[in-house]
Design a protein around this ligand. Sequence first.
Ligand SMILES: [Fe+2]
Length: 407
Amino acid sequence: MTAIERPGLRRWLLALCLGLPLLGAQGGARAQAEPYRVFDARPVITEGPYLVALSDTAVTAVWMTDAPSHARLRLTEGATVREVEPQVDGLVPVGLRHVVTVTGLTPGTRYGYEAIATRVVKLNPYWPDKGLSASSEAASFTTFSAAQPRAAFAVMTDTHEDTGRIRRLMKLIDWRRTDALIHLGDAFDWVASEEQVFRNWLRPTIAALGPGKPLLFARGNHELRGPFARQFAGYVPTPEGRLYYARAIGPVHLMVLDTGEDKPDDTNVYAQLNRTVPYREAELAWLREQVRSDAHLARAPFRVVAMHQGDWGWLPDGGAAWRALANQAGVDLVLAGHDHEFSYAPPDAAHGYHLLVLGQDQLARVEATARLLTVEVVTSSGAPVHTLKIPARALTRAGPTLNGALP
Ligand SMILES: [Fe+2]
């Protein structure tokens, strides 16, 4: 690496010592206004960018570089260009993994974007040594909208580190007609390292997803295990900063939930390191508030839950409070995995929703209009498994769900 010396360096140093105005001394010219060394070294973008948890007004982009860098996202909407740069506690993050969340977007709008990383060679206390920038190829995405007439998702689950399985399933997706990929969890046996996260899941997933379609991820019980489990969320970060959230996507109000572990916190295999009870209580409180106050949930033709364990995961009450809330909210469909084989249960006395459990080597294509929600499940070779058609219920959402006492 060779340093690109900025001609204004000496003058800047002198000005700083004398307390003179810095920018004025340089006439505001940025090329001359960088009194730090800039080396002739660019980072390489090694993974991504990929988009996580897109909404109608926000998205989180993630990418990796081979060398420490800081990052920004250049966003274009028509002729308008803006750059979004993250900060954590007042500092621009410097590292190999780059996460930029953009908020304040307009629903149903196409945005162009480029992921940019600028090399940081050495973090001196003053005058850190910098390098040059690298940009991803120009890409675009379109924000969801509550007003879009149609919603379409591809859904897979329990891929358990089988990259061949991921590739076979991803080939079945027609991205021209699909808004998002939903992965219902257990992408891993357990989470051990960053390299494993990319090699055994994200790399083949992103290769098919591209930079323009979002990944929506519902954490599985296996993602709570292993030495890298505590870092895992950083690879599927959301604008909300948590692993459960809701999205308004035309006729569908989608709730992505985290069903935690499949055994009690005090099970000896967890060695007293799990605290899913308070975590799930906080999640349930959030969902209660959703049901109580969200206007799109109230009026959408379909309420769909995407989660890993179809029985709501291990819970002290066996999931009774969650089931009751889902019933009261008028959830139409629960999409789940975990069992590694297909099953379907129509609404019954225990649950008012259709419960569809997707098998391990299956893809579900979910498509909804204002009148009809269709789920088509196929094998990894494209053979039909099951087709489910749910007509929109003629519900007055301002009735008992919103005004009644919630469980
Ligand atoms: Fe599971």
